[in-house]
Design a protein around this ligand. Sequence first.
Ligand code: CTP
Ligand code: CA
Length: 229
Amino acid sequence: FERANRPKPLAGKHAIVTSGPTREPIDPVRFLSNASSGKQGVAIAEALAALGARVSFVTGPAQYRQPRGCAVIDVETAIEMDRAVEAALPADIAVFCAAVSDWRVETPADDKIKKDADETAPTLTLVANPDILRRVSSLAGGNRPRLVVGFAAETSNLLENAKAKLKRKGCDWLLANDVSPASGTFGGANNTVTLLAGEAVEAWEPMDKQAVAQKLATRIAESFQRDRR
Ligand code: CTP
Ligand code: CA
């Protein structure tokens, strides 16, 4: 009852959330990927949906459960994720939680790579993947979501790197995330996050990923309500 009566400040808004790792093939049985669990993305998708947004959840192959009440679009590679985000547009809100592989193998082998008789290791040639956040941030006019939020996973010089990243990506907000091994972020329950919004810098106390998601969703709803006035 209480749930049904909660205000829905994001009713009528469409949000795209990317989440999880991407998986870049080396050959039919091997790939490059990373340890992203998808937990934070699921929590953000559900928090936005709880405030009334229609959520398109674009996810790479993640271990964690899928978000409730969202349209789930499964992808593997960064290129597929980029296309799925493009297909999901237009949107009012886009939150990029995915740990997109920065590189892919230029030419994945059609067959499983075999060990050489003399055991020399193969050389993988990598090429850059599309930067989905930067591309969406730079979309012209009506095609650009009104609020574009990125995450910055950093293991050192958190603030410095995050400020540079906010500029480089062209997004509106950046959540800088301390993923140093000591922070216990990767795969763990807690996140230590700093919100950069334009020139404003706001350090959030360490909290679980659920709480980060709720705080972010509330902030997003507030920003849309401010804009309406
Ligand atoms: N991102 C993206 N597409 C990519 C790479 C990153 O959409 N190809 C998004 C991520 O989802 C995240 C933000 O960009 O929201 C920052 O990702 P991050 O890996 O921290 O930034 P990079 O620019 O890739 O820089 P680096 O990995 O060198 O720190
Ligand atoms: Ca990266």
